[in-house]
Design a protein around this ligand. Structure first.
Ligand code: CAO
Length: 509
C-alpha cells in the first residue's frame, strides 16, 4: 500500500499539466468575464471556446501576456531555484551505443527523469566496449549516460513486457535507437504505445529515413559518408575522410533532443504525443548544408574561395574536398607555429578577415600589401591565397600558437589554436563553466565527462555519474511503478529483470 501511494506521488507530470490547463482556462475565463458579465457563470471550458471564436477577449489576453497566450505569472524564486527546465518530464530511455544516449543524457542534464532500460546481465553494449579499467563500465558508457537511472528489463520476457507497458503509461517520452523493426518485434509499435499512453512522445534515431535504405543498420561513419560529410572532408588529392566530431551519432542525438522538446511543447497545446524521427543521414546533411550550397553554386562558376581556384585547378561535377579552406567568405588556412616539427598540434587556424587586412599586413611585416593592387582587395587576393598564407606562416612559425593567439586578438584578427584533447582536458576555463566536469564513480573512480554545453541560466546543470547496470531496478519498480514487495519478489523469479540462465551472446567488440 505504502509503495502504491509513493507511486501516485511520482506522477507529477500529468497532475501538473492538468493543473496548468486549469490555470490557463481560469485566466482566459477571467478576462472574458471582465468583458462579458453574462459569461461569468459559464464553465471555464466554454469560456476558452468562446475566447477562441471572438476576437475581443483574445486582444485582452494579448495585452496581458504579450503574444496572446496565458502563462503563469513569472516566478519570484531566485534564478536557478525555480526547478530544472524539464522537471516533471519522465523519459523511457530505450537507447544504446551513442546517438540515442547523447539525446537522453542532454535531456537528463536539463532535468528530465531518465530511466534507462537495459538487458539483464548485459546492459548497453558500450558498458564493455573500449574498456580502460578491467571489469568496470567503460568511459564510452559513463560519458554518455550521466544523470540517468538504470533498470534491467528483458523485453522478450512476458513479465518484462508487462513492466515495460506499465512504464509506458507513466512516461512522457520514449526514446529508442534500435535497428529498424526491433521495437516493433518487442510489441512496442507506435500504435500500441499510443494506445497505452496517447500523450507519449515516441522518438527514434534511425540510420536512414523512409526510402531504399530504411532497413539498414547504421553506425557513425556510415552516416558521415551517406550524409555528404566524408566526400567534402579531406584534401583534394586524397580519399574522402571521416571527421573526429561524431556528427552522425551525437549530432543526430542533438537533433532528436530538439524534436522531443518541440513535441513536448506542442503537446501542451494538443494534449497528444507524436512520433519524432531523426535519420542520421538527414542529421549529417543538415550539418553539411553549406556544402550543398556550394554544389548549387558550381553551376554558376568556380568556387573562388576554395584554394583550388587560386591554384588554377578546374572544378568537377561535385563539391570538392577543401582541405583546411574556410568554407565561408573569409579565406583561411591552418598554419604551422613554433614547435610544429615535434608537436603534432602546434598549429593555428588563421582567418584573413577583410576588415583587419591592414593589421595582418603590418603584423607579418608586409605593410606594402595594404596598397599593392594585387593584395589590397579581397578579390585581388583570391588567386594568391597560397602565397599569402605561406608568407603569414613564416611569421606564425616564429611564435607558439598561444603567442599568435594573444598577439592577433589584440588586433581583432580571428585565429584559433589547435587544441589537443590533453589541453582541453586541462583547460581551467572549461572546468569553471561546467563544460568539462570530473565525476566520481563507485567502480572506476574519478573520470572526466562533458557537461551540458547548453547553459540555461534558470536551470543550472548538476552532472552526475552514470548508473551501474540495474542500479535502480527495485527503486523504479516500487516507487515509479507501484509494485508491492510481494510483486517484486515474484518479478525477481520470473526472469524479467535478471539474466536468462543461458548467458546472452557476448556482443562487446
Ligand atoms: N531485452 C531483451 N532484448 C533486448 C533488450 C532488452 N532489454 N534491448 C534490446 N534488445 C534486443 C532487441 O530487441 C534486438 O533484438 P531482435 O533483433 O532479435 O529483435 C537486439 O537486442 C539488438 O538490437 P539492434 O539490432 O538494434 O542492435 P545491434 O547491436 O545489432 O545494432 C545498431 C546496433 C546501432 C547498428 C542498430 O541498433 C542501429 O542501426 N540503430 C539505429 C541507428 C543508430 O542509432 N546508430 C547509431 C549507433 S551509435 O554508433
Amino acid at each position: 500500500m505504502a509503495t502504491k501511494k509513493k507511486a501516485k506521488k511520482t506522477k507529477p507530470a500529468a497532475k501538473k499539466t492538468t493543473a496548468k490547463k486549469a490555470v490557463v482556462k481560469k485566466a482566459a475565463a477571467k478576462k472574458s468575464a471582465a468583458k462579458k458579465p453574462a459569461a461569468r457563470k459559464a464553465a471555464s471550458k466554454k469560456v476558452v471556446k468562446a475566447a477562441a471564436k471572438k476576437p475581443a477577449p483574445k486582444k485582452a489576453a494579448a495585452k496581458a501576456n504579450g503574444n496572446g497566450h496565458a502563462f503563469p505569472a513569472p516566478s519570484t524564486a531566485p534564478w536557478g531555484q525555480a526547478g530544472k527546465a524539464l522537471e516533471g518530464v519522465r523519459i523511457l530511455d530505450f537507447t544504446h551505443v551513442q546517438s540515442g544516449p547523447t539525446c537522453t543524457q542532454l535531456l537528463a542534464y536539463m532535468g528530465a527523469d531518465c530511466i534507462k532500460i537495459e538487458r539483464p546481465g548485459v546492459g548497453d553494449i558500450t558498458r564493455t566496449q573500449l574498456r580502460d579499467v578491467k571489469g568496470q563500465d567503460s568511459l564510452y558508457f559513463t560519458m554518455l549516460n550521466g544523470n540517468k537511472r538504470s533498470i534491467t528489463i528483458d523485453s522478450k520476457n512476458k513479465k518484462g513486457i508487462e513492466i515495460l507497458e506499465r512504464l509506458v503509461k507513466t512516461c512522457d517520452v520514449l526514446v529508442e535507437n534500435f535497428a529498424p523493426g526491433a521495437l516493433d518485434r518487442m510489441g512496442l509499435t507506435f500504435e500500441r504505445v499510443h494506445e497505452l499512453n496517447p500523450r507519449m512522445i515516441y522518438a527514434s534515431v534511425k540510420g536512414f529515413g523512409p526510402g531504399p535504405y530504411e532497413d539498414c543498420k547504421v553506425y557513425e561513419n556510415i552516416a558521415q559518408c551517406a550524409g555528404g560529410s566524408a566526400s567534402t572532408t579531406g584534401f583534394r588529392d586524397g580519399p574522402p575522410l571521416v571527421t573526429g566530431a561524431q556528427i552522425g551519432d551525437s549530432g543526430t542525438g542533438l537533433h532528436l533532443a530538439l524534436g522531443i522538446v518541440t513535441a513536448l511543447y506542442q503537446r501542451n497545446r494538443t494534449g497528444r504525443g507524436q512520433r519524432v524521427l531523426c535519420a542520421m543521414q538527414d542529421g549529417v546533411l543538415n550539418l553539411c548544408r553549406v556544402k550543398l550550397r556550394d554544389q548549387q553554386r558550381l553551376k554558376h562558376g568556380p568556387l573562388t574561395e576554395y584554394s583550388q581556384f587560386g591554384e588554377g585547378i578546374p572544378f568537377g561535377q561535385a563539391t570538392p574536398r577543401a582541405g583546411n579552406d574556410s568554407g565561408g567568405g573569409q579565406p583561411a588556412w591552418l598554419l604551422k607555429c613554433k614547435g610544429w616539427e615535434t608537436d603534432p598540434d602546434a598549429y593555428i587556424y588563421f582567418i584573413t578577415q577583410a576588415p583587419v587586412w591592414a593589421e595582418i599586413c603590418d603584423l607579418i611585416g608586409k605593410p606594402e600589401w595594404k596598397t599593392d593592387p594585387d593584395y589590397a582587395t579581397p578579390p585581388a587576393r583570391l588567386p594568391r591565397l597560397r602565397h599569402i598564407f605561406d608568407t603569414i606562416e613564416q611569421w606564425t612559425m616564429t611564435k607558439d600558437k598561444f603567442e599568435v593567439m594573444d598577439i592577433c586578438n589584440k588586433f581583432d584578427i580571428p585565429v584559433g589554436p589547435i587544441l589537443s584533447m590533453k589541453e582541453i582536458a586541462e583547460e581551467e576555463s572549461l572546468r569553471a563553466t561546467g563544460t568539462v566536469v570530473e565525476v566520481d564513480h563507485p567502480g572506476r573512480g574519478k573520470y572526466l565527462t562533458v557537461g551540458n554545453p547548453v547553459k540555461l541560466f534558470d536551470s543550472p546543470c548538476e552532472v552526475k555519474r552514470s548508473p551501474l547496470l540495474g542500479e535502480h531496478t527495485e527503486e523504479i519498480l516500487t516507487q515509479v511503478l507501484g509494485y508491492t514487495d510481494a510483486e517484486v519478489a515474484e518479478i525477481k523469479t520470473s526472469g524479467a529483470i535478471t539474466p536468462p540462465e543461458k548467458p546472452a551472446r557476448a556482443e562487446a567488440a
